[in-house]
Design a protein around this ligand. Structure first.
Ligand code: MN
Ligand code: MN
Length: 323
């Protein structure tokens, strides 16, 4: 963390649209410099381009590029919450994990090793997926650093299958593997927005049997999620927390560019309420995953993802809120 007693170089800042047109420059997240040593950062924005864990439509390997492209429109101050993340924390885009496009098991090992090295600098990671397989190696790295973590998980799916097509590692299994690996503090886990069709009526029960709170999408319909988030803070506070946002938690009306869309999802204002409701938690890492820009010619899904990641930066520990 930045130490005000010791002079430090100025915090990295997004390049202003008045210095370089928004469509110009190098495509980093929010036009950050993209060249600061992770050892000098409080927060590393990192791409994890991987989609060989997907079960239906591939394309999340292009998620980080899509998010970076659409993030050019974002400005540094949050006009709703008055958060100023770049004034408070040293944040930069550190690039992408080199994950194999052919060997999923090798890819997850590479992701875990990369996150081990980032977390060795004592920073917070803000990841851009990639399909949801990527959260398993990330959570393993988190637990090595912080011990078992609480989890706020937004998704249309619980992602707790035992196997998919016989494979233990896939984008629908990471949270079961995480429980088995002992990297989650199960009483401090909440899954929000799950819905759709299942293989059996008890599909979500395994989560509940572990102690997770499961909030189905129907419980969210037609209402503000601010009261829910007060309960969530009560449940998951008191220890390190990871925030994982599968873009398919949103309704496909807001985020059509994803591999396994489900109707009847969260609205965009509800997504903002969920993330803003995480303020005050001891967040140690966060992600936005499953954005597959190729199914969305408008770029809207990537724009949503860029905004969600920005909102996450705004609620990290240490971010000052301006009066
Ligand atoms: Mn998922
Ligand atoms: Mn999902």
């Amino acid at each position: 963390m930045s130490d005000t007693q010791n002079p430090q170089p100025p915090n990295p800042q997004p390049l202003s649209g008045n210095e370089m047109p928004r469509y110009g420059g190098i495509a980093t997240f929010m036009r950050l410099p993209g060249r600061i040593d992770p050892a000098d950062l409080d927060v590393a924005v990192v791409g994890v381009p991987l989609d060989i864990g997907t079960s239906n439509r591939p394309g999340a390997r292009f998620g980080p590029r899509g998010i970076r492209d659409e993030s050019v429109l974002l400005r540094p101050y949050n006009m709703a919450t008055r958060a100023a993340p770049f004034d408070s924390l040293r944040i930069d885009d550190v690039g992408d994990v080199a994950a194999s496009p052919y060997d999923l098991l090798a890819a997850v090992d590479a992701i875990e090793a990369y996150f081990d090295s980032l977390l060795g600098h004592g920073l917070i990671t803000a990841a851009m997926g990639g399909d949801h397989t990527v959260v398993l190696p990330i959570l393993k790295a988190m637990a090595k650093r912080h011990g078992p973590v609480g989890l706020v998980h937004i998704d249309a799916h619980t992602d707790i299958n035992d196997t998919m097509y016989g494979s233990k590692i896939a984008h629908g299994t990471p949270f079961r593997r995480a429980v088995e690996a002992g990297v989650l503090d199960c009483d401090r886990v909440v899954q929000i927005g799950v819905r759709g069709t299942g293989y059996a009526a008890d599909d979500f029960d395994w989560s509940r049997d572990q102690g997770f709170r499961v909030v189905q999408a129907e419980e969210c319909w037609y209402r503000s999620l601010e009261p829910l988030m007060a309960e969530v803070r009560e449940q998951v506070g008191g220890g390190p927390v990871y925030l994982s946002f599968d873009i398919d938690g949103l309704d496909p009306a807001f985020a059509p560019g994803t591999g396994t869309p489900e109707v009847g999802g969260l609205t965009m204002p509800q997504a903002l309420e969920v993330i803003r409701g995480c303020r005050g938690l001891d967040l140690v890492g966060c992600d936005v995953v499953e954005i597959a820009p190729i199914y969305d010619t408008s770029g809207m899904t990537s724009l949503v993802g860029a905004n969600l990641l920005y909102e996450m930066l705004c609620v990290l520990p240490g971010v000052q809120v301006r009066d």
